[in-house]
Design a protein. Sequence first.
Length: 587
Amino acid sequence: MRRAAVVIGIDKTGDLPRLKDAARGARLMEAWARSQKMDPVHVFTDEAGPVEAGQIKKAVARLVEAGNLSQLVVYFAGHGVNIQRQEYWLLSDAPEDSQAAVNVATSAALAATCGIPHVVLISDACRTAPEGIRAQSIRGSEIFPNREEDARPVDQFFACQLGKPSHEVRDPAVTSAEFRALYTQALVPALAGRRPTLVEWTQEGGARAGHIHLRPLRDHLSSAMAAELARLNLQTRVIQVPVATISSDPPAWISSVDVLAGGSLGLAPDAALVMPGPRAPGAQVWADRSVTRSPILPADVAPLSATRPTTGAIAHTANTDLTGLLAQPFGPSHHETQCGFAVRGARIVDFACGSIHVGFATGQLAHGEDLRVGGAPRPGANVLLVMDTGAGVVLPAIPDFMCRLTFAEDELIDVAYEPSDNTARWTDFQARAADLRMLRAVAAEAMTRGSFQLDGDEVLDLARRMQLAKGIDPGLGLYAAYAYHDLQRRDLIRQMGAYMRGDLGEALFDVALLAGFLDKQQLATADLPLGPFPLLSKGWTLMRAFDVRLPEPLRKLEALRLPSLWTLFDAAGVDVLRRCFANGELQ
């Protein structure tokens, strides 16, 4: 089994404050990689000069072209941001150079089809939103070449949850202690075999062989981080919960261990690396005032849950209040036209559409919260909804369905399509309504925090539970498509897309995108799926990975989006969309 590593550590990015332990953390990972006899090990730090995207891309391209690797590990330590819920690793010349960053989502998508059987991405970087116009303009680069091999597993490890910082801390019990990155200091000892319960021993050819597997490592890091912060007994309240998305099969491993101690690798003595015990849900940990964090946005210090939401653990989500809200139906159960929109958390003040009939409905809901849609052809027609904040959203009006939008703090956090109760679809849906609504709510709440993660039997369980007699629940299907994408299960996404095409007449844009139905296409306005562009913000950056190009009038919209889980446009974007409807470029 031939393995290689690309290790990146950048202390100084543009005019952002210098980090203390990024380059040093990269050297720790280099030592571990070399102890694993990985060859080659490419190391990029700013100890001797700036790190550029082209250097990393060339190194990765050479590894891909060699065609002889079984596993590639890519590690990054430095400043990071999330823009529209997409990760970017900032290189030396960011943010002044908007391309001096690694677009993690598109890199992961390309890594899956690059031909290397197993890629692992490890990120010790903040995942906070950028501050300032320059940082918000970061676009980044993909570090993997665009190949068309069969999709292979890509596992991703992150030092913190989406929207949260990754910390460097100083141990107050050690005189003249230096700042150390919490995540890397927990990761490397685990990889080195210094956490005995993580090592799975087997007999290979009469000799004992130990391996660190991906899922046990994921679970260990969360408790290890909490235990280390508790051990430090510091003062300023800080929560850091690492997360990971694992798509490889359970036998896959990341580290081999010949001797249980795993060598020193320059690590602190084991006395400072205590074995963590289980942490009670919601337990708080504290850090010293000298904790350093991303200067791009101050850390949110509210306690977070480390619980991973799944289809089988509905009652244990990190935000049960939001989940409960999203699971509650609202708005009219039908219109005589069998199609419409309802809104909560905001008000509709205007709309635009093509040749269909749209108007404010009367009844129990106040003006601006209920729209009636008539004459929508199969598979559907696009409608621009302009909210009282000035923001706008385009969604397809689908015959036989009521579409319900939920806003919170000016962000569109959920869109649900449910059959109108005066259609033939209603009876089958009504029998499953409570389960489908709760599943959709769990998925939506999880997506607000980064991703809807599935594992093991949950994958097929969700596929079964979201099916209806004639197809699948459209909104839940869209969330599931992104969960399956994280697992490189394009086969299941294609299956969902086929269900949607057979039932609705076309697949939702995001499902078609993730299924590969749109790969390497210049789309025409007459041939768009349901929805003229990605309905979820996460989909926009993936269009680049799959080489999907929108019609010319719609291309400028990507730069006119607002921070939101579902795609939401600013006033300038609304103006562009109005013109597109007026000119017949959107229907």
